[in-house]
Write a protein that binds this ligand. Structure first.
Ligand code: SAH
Ligand code: SF4
Ligand code: F3S
Length: 445
């Protein structure tokens, strides 16, 4: 049987696309291998959100070529998928002769066609086309990243054009999937034993399907909050959703969480900066004041909703005072964790024309200072969980301690606790005893 090795960079959208690529390749008679040296076909699903992510691709291509040469083996067929593929298209062939085909973000449903074309002798095969109408959004159980958790795309693309961001160019315009299809998909996942679904999209709360099909019985101020209620009504045990866009974060989302315990108590709301001047340059469409209003609504919930965020340091023109404002905002918001990024200029974005004037050293210093503060804040939040009981989905045996299990709470914190492998897939009550960096420790009660 021919073997395919698939490696994924970037966000959950890419992870989710890769699950469907694996589904398709295995339906086409390929075995999915985790050992690239055994592979006849290597597929790299790429990310271009920061320069480093793009560099990684060329490093990996070099390693794959070298590894084949060292083994005196034939170079595997190499397909480049995803965001770098979409943005760079055919130019990739001139950057590396090892590449056999290029498949854009919406063409991944035709991966088997691409492989067949290359086997047929086609050179420079490139498909940057649209998704087919009949695109199959479901994933074979064997190809899911977790047997208990499933990613369910609800919207793809982005219309926001934040000045630093490449995603609207690599993923195209927002397109929402039909609510009736999403609900049908989730009912099916539930019948297959999935305990938790993550509704995913670049901006889930910008969800706007062309019709209300599937939403009719569900009230709500926006189509997204109606979708949340519709998904809650499927009875699936846990529903999480990411990412939310601050400008479109309607308070009714919090109402939907308040009404439905299976909608998990976690919101990921990227603020990007604590300075209104920088937010304007970023064209985020929100101010610190309206961000704080949304947070106040979240924090006023009778449920305890955890809050996470993304922050960019060193955006063009970011002064010490702007950065100080980001530190101040972080102090105020009680984030339980944050992804911090150093600004990386992306060719083709509006910010690329601005001067990348925060020196690399200063970006690093700001990154480290913010990281330290986030850690302190996290420990404050985590300490407040000590003695409390949280519900955890037991996902896997801990990498470091085989007598421990690891999983996520409903509020998306990593929790480790004593337990054995046969408990995996169960939702258990864990009393929190201790907190360390990014992880809570507890015992089953
Ligand atoms: N749609 C989401 C984010 C998707 S990209 C949102 O609007 O919040 C994930 C994160 O990557 C962003 O939140 C941002 O913090 C970071 N990012 C995007 N472009 C970047 C760039 N050019 N340099 C550094 N970080 C960037
Ligand atoms: Fe990028 Fe902004 Fe779209 Fe998020 S909302 S994907 S940061 S352009
Ligand atoms: Fe990266 Fe593309 Fe996602 S650029 S972050 S993989 S949408």
């Amino acid at each position: 049987m021919k073997k395919v090795y698939l490696e994924t960079f970037g966000c959950q959208m890419n992870v989710s696309d890769s699950e469907r690529v694996a589904t398709q390749m295995s339906a086409d008679g390929y075995e999915i291998t985790s050992d690239e040296t055994l592979a006849d076909v290597v597929l790299l699903n790429t990310c271009s959100v920061r320069e480093k992510a793009e560099h990684k691709l060329f490093t990996r291509i070099g390693q794959i070529r070298k590894s084949a040469a060292d083994r005196r083996a034939a170079k595997p067929m190499l397909g480049i998928l995803g965001c770098v593929a979409q943005l760079e298209g055919e130019t990739l062939f001139s950057k590396s002769p090892a590449i056999d085909f290029v498949l854009g973000t919406k063409a991944v449903g035709r991966v088997a066609v691409a492989v067949a074309e290359v086997l047929d002798g086609q050179s420079f095969y490139t498909d940057l086309g649209e998704r087919e109408e009949s695109y199959e959004w479901s994933v074979a159980a064997a190809q899911r990243n977790s047997p208990y958790i499933a990613f369910v795309p609800i919207i793809e693309g982005c219309n926001k054009f934040c000045t630093y961001c490449i995603v609207p160019f690599s993923r195209g315009r927002e397109k929402s999937l039909s609510a009736s299809e999403i609900v049908r998909h989730i009912r099916h996942l539930r019948s297959e034993g999935i305990r938790e679904v993550h509704l995913i999209g670049q901006n889930v709360n910008s969800y706007r399907p062309p019709t209300d099909a599937g939403l009719e019985p569900f009230r709500g101020a926006t189509q997204f909050s109606r979708l949340l209620r519709a998904v809650a009504a499927t009875g699936i045990e846990r529903v999480k959703f990411t990412t939310s866009f601050p400008r479109d974060f309607h308070p009714d989302i919090v109402e939907a969480l308040n009404e439905n315990v299976n909608l998990c108590n976690w919101v990921h709301l990227p603020v990007q900066s604590g300075s209104n001047r920088i937010l304007k340059l970023m064209r985020r469409g929100h101010t610190i004041e309206n961000y704080l209003e949304r947070i106040a609504k979240i924090q006023a919930s009778p449920r305890r909703i955890s809050l996470t965020t993304d922050i960019i340091v060193g955006f063009p023109g970011e002064t010490d005072a702007d950065f100080q404002a980001t530190l101040n905002l972080t102090e105020q918001c009680k984030f339980s964790s944050a992804y911090i990024f150093k600004y990386s200029p992306r060719p083709g974005t509006p910010a690329f024309a601005m001067s990348d004037d925060v020196p690399a050293q200063e970006k690093t210093a700001r990154f480290l200072e913010l990281e330290k503060l986030i850690r302190v804040q996290q420990q404050k939040v985590f300490q407040s969980y000590i003695g409390r009981t949280v519900e955890v989905l037991a996902e896997k045996v801990s990498d470091k301690h085989p007598a421990q299990l690891s999983g996520h709470s409903t509020c998306q914190m990593v929790v480790n606790f004593n337990g054995s492998a046969e408990m995996c897939g169960k939702i258990v009550k864990v009393q929190i005893l201790e907190s360390k960096v990014n992880t809570l420790y507890g015992k089953i009660c």
